[in-house]
Design a protein around this ligand. Structure first.
Ligand SMILES: [Zn+2]
Length: 390
């Protein structure tokens, strides 16, 4: 279909069942027919075949509104601010909190604040779901960014892709959307190691006897974990020792943790305290902010090949785009010394500060941006309180 469009073909005839998928391609008139008799009648000029199907096309465009919205989330303003920061700069994020505190509810809503998919992105996603046999009836076009949340027991094939037919895995089903791993500490080391390549390369290659299949896997990586084995640290309910907590958290150190920019604690909300509270913002309002910040980044990195957002800045680029005034530099230095931040963590903080300034349309990183991103490393801070000799 896309090949036809590129060759300048203006009219394409497809079976009725493929009509919705096909009509996503712009600039080409798509004619859907139930059988060959219909095609013959059309070619003989006996029916137009067009009006009937245009109507259906309209219907697809007006597909039902999204059900999920951040306006349903109350009492998590600070966390939502961190989510917007992540979405605006393409930063990966870890949420740490006790079971049932709303981590999944937040993660599920992240696709609703990412910019709408372009036509090309819709087609990429639709293609992957089509190959996987996952196009639901009546919703043949994947117009919304996908959200995938594989269980920690999912097989490597299911996650990365593979099997006898070299099918796309969860990392590809999340392409252009969000991949959410809940209970990160429960995933096996082998699985976490296997995720490294798709996160880094934004594509996966699956070798089979009949050749190598490559699927895209460019997703926003969001993950969550309990703060300790029982799940309730630092509340009085927690009976874990510091040693047990450090050991538990140590399971996620290494390749995956290195790719996490934002670590945020999630606190359960008190239903009665928030009953009268106004919601933070609607998804639509948040998405506008994200779009504005992304536009600034696209313009800034127009000349830098392969760089689209702040999260992808190289060390040289950080020096170029993340200059700090003396006061901000002092705050960053003091905090880094206090918690023993490595150069790698400091670079992450500077990239985040750049996004914070972009969200406000500011050219220079301000002191308030540095203060804002320093509260985005809560796991590091919490770990530093553990009294354990490693
Ligand atoms: Zn505990």
């Amino acid at each position: 279909m896309i090949a036809g469009q590129k060759r300048g073909i203006k009219k394409i005839i497809v079976p009725e069942a493929n009509f919705k998928e096909a009509s996503l391609v712009h600039g080409v008139e798509i004619l859907g027919f139930y059988d060959l008799t219909g095609v013959v009648r059309y070619l003989e000029g006996k029916t137009s075949g067009i009006e009937m199907h245009m109507e259906e096309n309209e219907k697809i465009l007006e597909e039902s509104e999204r059900i999920l919205d951040f306006k349903d989330v109350k009492g998590q303003d600070e966390l939502i601010e961190a989510v917007v920061l992540a979405a605006a700069g393409g930063h990966n994020m870890l949420m740490v909190g006790e079971p049932g505190c709303g981590k999944t509810m937040i993660a599920q809503r992240i696709p609703t604040i990412l910019p709408e998919m372009t036509e090309e992105e819709c087609l990429e996603v639709t293609k992957i779901y089509s190959i996987s046999g996952l196009l639901p009836n009546g919703h043949t076009l994947m117009k919304y960014r996908p959200f995938r949340a594989p269980h920690h027991n999912a097989s490597l094939n299911a996650l990365i892709g593979g099997g006898a037919n070299a099918m796309p895995g969860e990392v590809s089903l999340a392409h252009n959307g969000v991949l959410f791993l809940d209970e990160l500490a429960e995933f096996s080391r082998r699985t976490l190691d296997a995720l490294r390549q798709p996160i880094e390369d934004k594509k996966v290659s699956i070798s089979r006897l009949n050749g190598t299949h490559t699927f895209p896997s460019n997703f926003m990586f969001i993950t969550a974990m309990n703060p300790c084995p029982c799940g309730y640290y630092p509340s009085a309910k927690c009976k874990c020792t510091d040693y047990e907590i450090v050991k538990y958290r140590g399971k996620i150190s290494g390749p995956i943790m290195d790719r996490i920019d934002i670590q945020k604690e999630v606190h359960p909300v008190d239903f009665f305290a928030i009953a009268d509270q106004k919601p933070c913002c609607s998804s639509e309002e948040l998405r506008l902010k994200v779009k504005k910040a992304r536009k600034i980044q696209q313009e800034r990195y127009a000349q830098e090949s392969g760089i689209n957002c702040n999260a992808q800045m190289t060390t040289e680029m950080i020096q170029k785009y993340c200059a700090l005034d003396p006061d901000s530099l002092n705050i960053l230095r003091e905090t880094s010394e206090k918690y023993g931040y490595s150069a790698r963590v400091i670079h992450k903080l500077l990239r985040l500060a750049r996004t914070s300034a972009d969200l406000d349309g500011e050219e220079k990183i301000r002191q308030k941006d540095i203060e804002k991103v320093l509260i985005c490393r809560e796991l590091d801070k919490s770990n530093s309180k553990m009294v354990v000799v490693k």
